[in-house]
Design a protein around this ligand. Structure first.
Ligand SMILES: *[C@@H]1O[C@H](CO)[C@@H](O)[C@H](O)[C@H]1NC(C)=O
Ligand SMILES: *[C@@H]1O[C@H](CO)[C@@H](O)[C@H](O)[C@H]1NC(C)=O
Ligand SMILES: *[C@@H]1O[C@H](CO)[C@@H](O)[C@H](O)[C@H]1NC(C)=O
Ligand SMILES: *[C@@H]1O[C@H](CO)[C@@H](O)[C@H](O)[C@H]1NC(C)=O
Ligand SMILES: *[C@@H]1O[C@H](CO)[C@@H](O)[C@H](O)[C@H]1NC(C)=O
Ligand SMILES: *[C@@H]1O[C@H](CO)[C@@H](O)[C@H](O)[C@H]1NC(C)=O
Ligand SMILES: *[C@@H]1O[C@H](CO)[C@@H](O)[C@H](O)[C@H]1NC(C)=O
Ligand SMILES: *[C@@H]1O[C@H](CO)[C@@H](O)[C@H](O)[C@H]1NC(C)=O
Length: 504
């Protein structure tokens, strides 16, 4: 591209040179004009000049005519001189011509140079303009095409961008969901790992427990083995002892009979025992039992009335022993069964006891106080309603204070089939009768509720209340009550209160 204007310039210079040459050369000039060659640097110029016309003698217009006029006197003699003159003139003309030629040359040289420069400039300008135009056209075209392509590309790009945006939006949503799911996964993993650790802990604990259990089992087996041996020994000695004791009993019976016979002989008074009483006549003199648990331990296994001697209680007491249920050895201290006994009694009567041990009775606060002061006793209360339902309430620890303490009741360790709460008082309550008001009420509970009881204000129970027969037992505030069994106004059919030493 760059070489093109240079080539054009070269061509142009060539053209200018030939044009000038053409101007100087004419077709006729070749014949009638003199041709001169001028070498100027790298260029050579050919000039064709007209031949100088020999001026005719006597031509006044010619400057030579003057010289000719000067020497026409001696034509033959002066012919040589004329000729010399003529040569001189020619030489001068030649000189002039040469000068003019030189001038012309100088002029031409100057003119050509300026023209050349001008042409050069114009050529460069024209060429530049043309090139510029070409370039701008090209550019225009390119721009047009480019803009077209650009628009298409832009359109395509925007479309792709729109798609990309949509895609990225959905991708964003997907990513969000992924994140949520991965979070959920993490959470689940954490939870499961926590569960696993807990499981492992449980497993190890179980294994430890199992191991210790196995050890215990082994120890127990060993113990059993040794105990078995000891048991056999004991059994043998027991058998021996029982044979010894039966021999002793025989001796005792013989002695007793002897004594009775003696007494009979001396006083002739009859000796009898109450109906249903199971006190063995041979046992009475020797063995003294504090309670039914001791009688049970001595071998008695049948329910019934037995005699006990409570320390610090002057009279021996007849009492009903529960030997057959709940492990036996229970000393019954209260019994209601048919309303045959009147429970509207005084302080003194409740202190000493009343009623029939084979039927309804109250053993007596003093005896119970003495018993429960010697050892730790538990209390069991058994209840029965008119519909045949039975219930029980048991207290692990039961104690009755002294008379000075108003036979205050102390209970703890409730367990039973009637509700979750005790019907008696877990703290304590003093005993009240119609003639001894020790309750926590401004009223007199014993008079309101009847009987003698550990009234509070006035409490949730009163097993010594008035006895109502079937059909009259409802809505009775003063009846045989145990609120948590059948409610506050229900008078029960049968009740028993019994005590037994703990661990006995
Ligand atoms: C030569 O030229 C000069 C002027 O340039 C002129 O005066 C003179 O007459 C010319 N001589 C001849 C012989 O033509
Ligand atoms: C330059 O261009 C002009 C018109 O644009 C024209 O008249 C002229 O002859 C051109 N010159 C040459 C040297 O081509
Ligand atoms: C280039 O294009 C524009 C419009 O497309 C037009 O106006 C202008 O004259 C063009 N130029 C040339 C040198 O063709
Ligand atoms: C892109 O091209 C489509 C057809 O291919 C046309 O309908 C649409 O209008 C164009 N959009 C732009 C911005 O040029
Ligand atoms: C049984 O009694 C005899 C004497 O009568 C005595 O030697 C023996 O040790 C007694 N046995 C037991 C186990 O008490
Ligand atoms: C029994 O009575 C005696 C004296 O009367 C007395 O010292 C003792 O503390 C009493 N025992 C009980 C358990 O009350
Ligand atoms: C209640 O007593 C029974 C038997 O005596 C026992 O098996 C049970 O565990 C006891 N319940 C409570 C709560 O003490
Ligand atoms: C029982 O009586 C005693 C006085 O002997 C008294 O201090 C105590 O507060 C009474 N207890 C109740 C539960 O009323």
């Amino acid at each position: 591209m760059l070489s093109r204007p240079a080539m054009l310039l070269g061509g142009l210079l060539l053209g200018v040179a030939t044009m000038i040459a053409a101007q100087r050369r004419g077709p006729e000039a070749a014949a009638q004009h003199q041709v001169h060659l001028v070498q100027s640097g790298p260029c050579s110029y050919t000039f064709v000049l007209p031949d100088p016309q020999p001026c005719p003698p006597g031509d006044p217009r010619s400057p030579d005519s003057l010289q000719r006029d000067v020497s026409p006197a001696a034509p033959s003699a002066s012919l040589g001189a004329w000729r010399a003159q003529r040569v001189q003139q020619l030489e001068k003309a030649l000189e002039n011509s040469t000068l003019r030629l030189q001038k012309l040359e100088r002029y031409i040289q100057m003119n050509l140079r300026s023209k050349l420069a001008w042409a050069q400039q114009h050529m460069v300008q024209n060429q530049t303009a043309a090139m510029l135009e070409l370039g701008s056209n090209l550019l225009n075209e390119t721009v047009a095409r480019t803009s077209n392509v650009e628009a298409k590309v832009l359109n395509e790009t925007s479309r792709v961008e729109v798609q990309m945006m949509e895609t990225s939006l959905s991708t964003d949503e997907l990513q969000k969901q992924l994140l949520q799911q991965s979070n959920e996964l993490h959470r689940l993993q954490g939870r499961s790992s926590a569960l696993e650790t807990r499981l492992q802990a449980l497993e190890t604990q179980q294994q430890e427990d199992l191991a210790s259990l196995r050890e215990e089992k082994e120890q127990l087996r060993r113990l059993l083995g040794s105990h078995g041996g000891a048991l056999a020994v004991l059994e043998r000695s027991l058998r021996l002892a029982s044979s010894n004791s039966s021999r002793l009993q025989m001796q005792q019976r013989q002695l007793l009979e002897l004594v009775q016979r003696l007494v009979h002989v001396m006083a002739q008074g009859p000796g009898g025992s109450a109906a249903g009483e199971r006190t063995a006549p041979m046992r009475a003199p020797e063995q003294v039992f504090q309670d039914c648990a001791e009688i049970h331990r001595s071998g008695a296994t049948a329910d019934g009335v037995y005699t006990i001697r409570v320390t610090n209680v002057s009279e021996p007491k007849k009492v009903f022993c529960g030997m057959e249920s709940n492990g036996g050895g229970w000393t019954i201290i209260q019994r209601r069964v048919d309303g045959s006994e009147d429970f509207q009694r005084s302080w003194k009567e409740y202190k000493e006891g009343f009623g029939n041990p084979a039927g309804e009775y109250w053993l007596g606060n003093e005896a119970v106080h003495q018993l429960t002061s010697r050892a730790t006793y538990s209390l069991r209360v058994e209840l029965q309603d008119w519909e045949g339902q039975e219930a029980y309430a048991q207290y692990e620890r039961f104690q009755l204070g002294s008379e000075a303490q108003l036979y205050r009741i102390s209970l703890s360790g409730y367990n039973g089939s009637v509700g979750r709460q005790t019907g008696l008082f877990l703290q304590s309550a003093n005993f009240s009768t119609r003639d001894a008001d020790n309750d926590n009420c401004v009223c007199k509970c014993a008079q309101l509720m009847s009987g003698g009881w550990w009234f509070d204000a006035c409490g949730l129970s009163n097993l010594n209340g008035a006895y109502y027969q079937n059909g009259q037992h409802l809505r009775r505030m003063d009846g045989v009550r145990w609120q948590y069994f059948r409610g506050p106004g229900y008078s029960l059919r049968a009740t028993r209160m019994m005590i037994r030493p703990v661990g006995g």
